[in-house]
Design a protein around this ligand. Structure first.
Ligand SMILES: [Mg+2]
Length: 395
């Protein structure tokens, strides 16, 4: 079997009906989200699909550069082809999330082809599923949206942002009761200091969090150490990373308990397997990032986490834009707060190219809800929100 063609599909994704960060039509997710998919065709008639995040519009522009390197190759040679693409990218400096996003899209499609050719679900090729259902958490913004999620069957929720986050997190804990898992994501903005994050973390220590996510930004190692030394909560990070070496550094730092690869920008199953091995060696848990991701990366995440001994939980926008189900032929099914691991051959879904083509990319960057006021402290990421959005508590 030989690879004959790589097709790139870029689309504008619509707004989720609500998120933890702002109402529909206001958040960056509502106005700037693109999904990037590939189809890799073979002379055997099999077509594999993959998704690349890490600035999808830029990844889409780069993929035609890489596609000729796969033409005529055997899709079963996933490790060799992964390394071939990495060598081809070397001249551009660090691979970063854009390069790792391109690798993820192509690598996922190759694994999909392999699994289809063998007539087995992808998870069988990654070691076999350890569980037939994968837990997930949904985003909520307050007690009311948390109660609504729980009434839909959700068993874990995440509250995001910084504004009055302590009060909102406690209100959600009260609303969901003791048996539903609660996560808090501060999104580690550059303006949030280690001291701020320590204050928030300490105020949440009694709220029985599953984890506290990105208490400060990934660049702020001193802030991370300060939080790590001062807050008795499990800490999570990793959604902004791309390469195996970056994940190795994060895990070796001892700063996190939960690692959060985004399956659209971490090199595909070839690299995800290695990340899972590094995590297992250190007894660190895995909680794949989603948020901006489309449906194909979510399929990849479910197959991967089902085979990972330390796979804890998957992030999932729920509800998301209804078009998420229309961009693909088959959607994931959830019951009682868990996603059923797909049992059919390959990833378990295909693209709907007509629907994707009907939603062309318009833009792929956006300012956060609240926007940008020239001539104010919002002009840099270091001051951006200190005055208007840094009210960590009501008092
Ligand atoms: Mg996050």
């Amino acid at each position: 079997m030989k690879i004959t063609q790589v097709k790139v599909h870029l689309m504008q994704a619509g707004a989720p009906t609500h998120t933890a960060w702002g109402g529909a039509g206001k958040s960056a997710l509502a106005t700037g989200r693109n999904w990037l998919f590939v189809e890799v065709a073979t002379d055997a008639g099999l077509v594999g699909i993959g998704e690349g995040s890490g600035w999808p519009r830029v990844v889409a522009a780069g993929l035609p550069d890489l596609a000729p390197l796969l033409a005529g190759e055997d899709p079963f040679q996933t490790e060799r082809l992964h390394q071939k693409l990495r060598v081809a990218l070397m001249g551009h400096g660090h691979i970063g999330v854009v390069g790792a996003g391109a690798l993820a899209a192509l690598d996922t499609a190759l694994w999909d082809i392999k699994a289809q050719a063998l007539g087995r679900p992808l998870h069988d090729l990654l070691g076999g599923a350890l569980r037939q259902r994968v837990s997930y958490y949904a985003h909520v913004k307050d007690a009311e949206t948390a109660r609504a999620a729980v009434s839909r069957g959700v068993r874990a929720v995440k509250v995001g942002g910084t504004q009055q986050i302590v009060e909102r997190a406690w209100a959600v804990r009260e609303a969901i009761g003791p048996d539903v898992d609660l996560i808090v994501d501060l999104h580690g903005p550059a303006w949030l200091t280690g001291a701020d994050a320590v204050a928030v973390g300490r105020a949440l220590e009694g709220a029985r969090l599953l984890f506290l996510e990105e208490p400060v930004g990934p660049e702020d190692e001193l802030g991370w150490r300060r939080v790590r030394d001062s807050v008795a909560l499990p800490l999570a990070a990793g959604e902004r990373l791309g390469t195996l070496a970056e994940f190795d550094r994060l895990m070796a730092s001892g700063l996190v308990d939960i690692v959060q690869p985004d399956t659209g920008r971490t090199g595909g199953p070839t690299q995800l397997k290695k990340i899972a091995a590094l995590a297992e060696a250190r007894s660190l848990l895995l909680a794949p990032h989603s948020g901006s991701l489309g449906p194909v990366a979510e399929f990849a995440a479910v197959h991967w986490i089902a085979t990972s001994p330390t796979g804890l939980i998957l992030e999932r926008l729920e509800p998301d834009w209804p078009g998420k189900a229309q961009a693909i032929t088959d959607s994931l099914h959830a019951e009682d707060g868990q996603i059923l691991v797909p049992a059919g051959p390959g990833l378990g879904t295909s693209l709907e190219p007509d629907f994707i083509a009907a939603h062309p990319s318009e833009r792929n960057v956006a300012l956060p809800a609240g926007g940008w006021e020239p001539g104010t402290s919002q002009e840099t990421p270091y001051l951006q929100a200190r005055r208007t959005r840094a009210r960590l508590t009501q008092s």
